[in-house]
Structures are given as C-alpha cells and as structure tokens.
Design a binder for this molecule. Structure first.
Ligand code: NDP
Length: 441
C-alpha cells in the first residue's frame, strides 16, 4: 500500500469481532426500542418485560417478516425521500467552500446550501399543513409503518455500505482526481486493515463521492436528521388525533429536538472539521448510524409521548428549557470558539504552539475541560428525556447511550491527539486536566 494510504494496524471497536458484533447488535437495539415502545406494549404498562417483548417480536416481526422487510410502499417512500434530498442537495445552489486539508495536500469542495434547503422544506410542509391540517397522510404513513420504515432504512444502509466499500477499490474518474493528478482514493486511517468485515464496518474510503456529490456529508446532515424531525411530527399528529389536543411535553420534545436538527443542517461549515468528516471512513457504522439509528432511536421520546399522556407543570417546563438552553449554549459557544481560534480570529486567548503548526487552546471554554462541548451535548440530551417523566428508564435511553458514545469518542480523540502532538499534548493535559465534566471527569 502507498504512503498516502497506510495500512491500519490498531483496529478500533475490538477489530473484526467487535465490528461483526456491533453490526448485529445495533439494529437489534433499534428493534428492541420499537418493541418496547408501541401501543400494544404501552397499553399494558411501561415496565420492560422480556416475555412481552418476545411475544410482540414473534407477532410483528417473525410472523410478518416479508411485510416488514420487503414492504413495497415503505421502499417507495424511503427511496423517494432519500433521492429527492439527493436531487435537492445537488441542484440547490449555495456557497462553495473548501474542507480541511487532506493527506495529499488537497482540499475537497463542498456546496453549503442547508439554509436554502430548510427554507424550501418548511414552505412545502407549511403548505401541506394548510391543506390537510393535522391529518397529513405522509405523517400517518410514517407512524403506522414505523417498523417497515426502520427495516427499510437498515437494509438501505447495508446496501450503501457495500456500494462505498467496493467503489473504494476503483480508480478515480477524471473529475475526481486529487490535486497531484493521482487516481488513488484517500482511504481512512482507521478502515484500511485489509480485513473485509472490519473495513466494511468502519469505512474504507475517507470521503466517498459520486462526481462532486459527497455521500458522507449528505448522509450525516440530510436524510436521517430530517426524517427524525418528521417522525417526531408524526407522533405529534397522532397524539392530536387521539387526544384532540397536543400535550406540552410533546411540544417541548418536538421543538427542542427540531432546534438541534436545524442547527445541525444549517451548520454544515462547522461539520467539515468534525471527526466524522476529517478522520472516520464512511462504512456501515456511519451509514447505519446516520440513516437508521439517528431517526428511529432518537424519536423514542416523542413516540412514547404519543402513547402516554403527560402534561408538565410550568416549573417542570422551565427546568427542561433551562437545561436545554444551558447545554446548547455550552455546546455552541465552545465549538464556535474553537473554530474561530483555528481560523486565527482569537489570537488573544492563551494557547500552546505545537510542532504540527496548530495551536492548542488553554483558555476560555477549552481551558475548562478538554471536551467541554461534549458536556453541553450531554445536557441537551438530558433535556429531551426529562419531558417523558420518571415512569420508565426506557425513555432515558438516549442520554445514557449518548454519554457512553461521547466517552468513547473522547478516548479515541485523546489517542489521536497523543499520537499527533506527543509532548505538547502532555503539556496541554497539565493545563487542562478534566476531560469532559469540570471537577468530575
Ligand atoms: P471536538 O470538536 O472536541 O474536536 C476534537 C478535535 O479538536 C481534536 O481532535 C483536535 O483536532 C482539536 N482540539 C482538541 N483540543 C483542542 C484545543 N484545546 N484547542 C484547539 N483544538 C483542539 O470533537 P468532535 O469532532 O468529536 O465533536 C464536535 C461536536 O459534535 C461536539 O460538540 C460533539 O458533542 C458533537 N457530536 C454530536 C453527535 C451527535 O450524534 N449528536 C455525535 C458526535 C459528536 P486537531 O487534530 O485538528 O488538533
């Protein structure tokens, strides 16, 4: 293998065995959450009972598997959704900016058009609500075919990860050649081990593209994130149809999560410096995460609230909003500060100069903890779970899982930075000892 694409020696996630286990385990978690949170189950109470989950699994999945996995209506819906967004992504004009520098010294170009896209989609949605009220047929379809849509997005993510895996072996076409004229693709540092299963799971190619269309950034910011908001709306609509009104807990979950989704879609430029884009390959892990895990797990709170009527007191509403605002502020302010600093806009803040040309900030948010932005994200996650009350641990799945994900991410990033910065990282750790939560961890 060339110098451009070194072979992966340290295999993350426990190597091929870990990758195979997660490939099976993660879809089962999404399925479990559905089985434990649907009208049949909730109607009987919210305590998780393995025998009930197994009975619903048998009835809805095993006995009806053809309809779950090969439901033509779900496939038509999903493919129309995905490829309409692809078309909009390609054809809506926007500002063209460069990504971070790649290993061969070149930078990829990205069209930033999230703002225009969101505007367009909101106009379409508002006109549909104007015509149909809270009886949109597509939202009813999504709610009633939740399991089929989930299975469809899962199979689609498998197909997509095979596509990008096999394409990574093909030479680049003329317009995709990198700056030095080589036809070699840039592979991810972590997904080029030569083991098929591991590389397929982690993602072999760093930035798979068809022409100028970037598959990874698209999947990260469009079909899954926006579907998550639609699924939330579908739950809101169903609650309205059932109760004749919408509870404040449902409004809170919809609004708070919508703010996060829209912030993600609009913050395309910020995403270009995130680990997922700069370091991780695009394989099953990201494809499944973006297309199936995010929409179908993250909408759990609204789905639960569509089945259980919860009205919060004004104090509870204020607490939830307070936790969200605090978390969101920390998350945004710290990420913005790092981005501005890296662009040379905050030279007055104290930092450590490294021999890699970059500086490590040790003042402001980044002097408080090494990943203060993760702490903000954890508070946001908590604020989405609180409106569901305290009757079940199920609806706290998101904050528990997400904190574990960020802890794991912090250890991966620490390893990367230790290797990259060596003694400068040790010095940085002396200045900023806490990893995520100040004075705790
Ligand atoms: P960070 O934004 O924390 O970026 C880490 C990188 O920043 C390091 O690898 C290093 O990169 C650089 N860096 C680290 N410390 C410093 C410092 N003191 N000064 C300057 N640069 C520094 O991590 P992520 O990319 O993982 O996360 C970005 C955001 O996305 C976070 O807010 C996170 O919570 C969120 N997120 C959300 C997810 C979701 O599903 N909602 C999933 C994952 C993340 P370099 O090599 O360039 O020096």
């Amino acid at each position: 293998m060339s110098q451009l694409n070194p072979v992966t020696i340290n295999k993350d996630f426990g190597g091929a065995i870990g990758a195979s286990t997660l490939t099976v385990f993660l879809p089962l978690v999404v399925l479990f959450l559905y089985l434990a949170c649907n009208d049949q189950y909730i109607a009987e109470g919210v305590k998780i009972d393995a025998s009930k989950v197994a009975a619903i699994f048998k009835e809805q999945v095993l006995n009806d598997w053809k309809n779950v996995f090969f439901n033509s209506e779900c496939w038509v819906f999903y493919l129309s959704w995905f490829f309409t967004l692809v078309g909009l992504d390609i054809f809506i004009p926007g500002k063209v900016i460069s990504g971070v520098q790649l290993r061969d010294g070149t930078k990829l170009k990205y069209t930033i058009n999230g703002f225009q896209l969101v505007g367009f989609l909101l106009v379409v949605l508002s006109s549909r609500v104007y015509l149909y009220g809270f009886h949109l047929p597509e939202l009813d379809f999504l709610y009633d075919n939740f399991l089929g849509m989930m299975a469809t997005s899962w199979i689609f993510s498998i197909l997509l990860s095979f596509f990008v895996y096999f394409s990574s072996f093909l030479n680049l076409s003329g317009n995709q050649k990198n700056g030095k004229g080589t036809k070699e693709r840039i592979l991810s540092v972590g997904g080029n081990s030569g083991n098929f299963l591991f590389d397929w799971f982690i993602g072999r190619e760093l930035n798979p593209r068809i022409g100028e269309w970037d598959i990874k950034l698209f999947c990260e910011l469009r079909p899954g994130l926006l579907l998550w908001s639609l699924l939330n709306l579908a739950s809101l609509q169903r609650q309205y149809q059932r109760l004749g009104y919408v509870t404040n807990s449902m409004v809170l979950v919809n609004v708070l999560q919508f703010i996060y989704v829209i912030d993600g879609v609009l913050n395309e430029e910020g995403c270009l410096t995130m680990m997922d884009i700069t370091t991780d390959g695009f394989g099953f892990m990201l494809a499944f995460g973006d297309l199936c895990w995010v929409p179908f797990c993250y909408c759990l709170q609204s789905r639960y609230l569509s089945l259980v009527e919860i009205n919060l007191s004004s104090i509870a509403v204020s607490i939830v909003i307070g936790v969200m605002i605090t978390g969101f502020y920390i998350f945004k302010a710290s990420n913005i500060q790092k981005n501005k600093f890296r662009q040379g806009k905050l030279p007055h803040l104290r930092s450590i100069q490294t021999d890699r040309g970059t500086k490590l900030l040790i003042e402001g948010w980044w002097g408080v903890s090494q990943h203060i932005n993760y702490f903000g994200d954890m508070l946001v996650a908590l604020s989405w779970c609180l409106p569901t009350g305290f009757n079940t641990i199920l609806t706290y799945f998101y904050v528990i899982y997400f904190s574990a994900l960020l802890l794991h991410r912090q250890t991966r990033d620490e390893e990367k930075c230790k290797n990259k910065y060596g003694k400068y990282w040790t010095e940085y750790e002396r200045h900023v000892p806490y990893k995520i939560i100040p004075y705790v961890y």
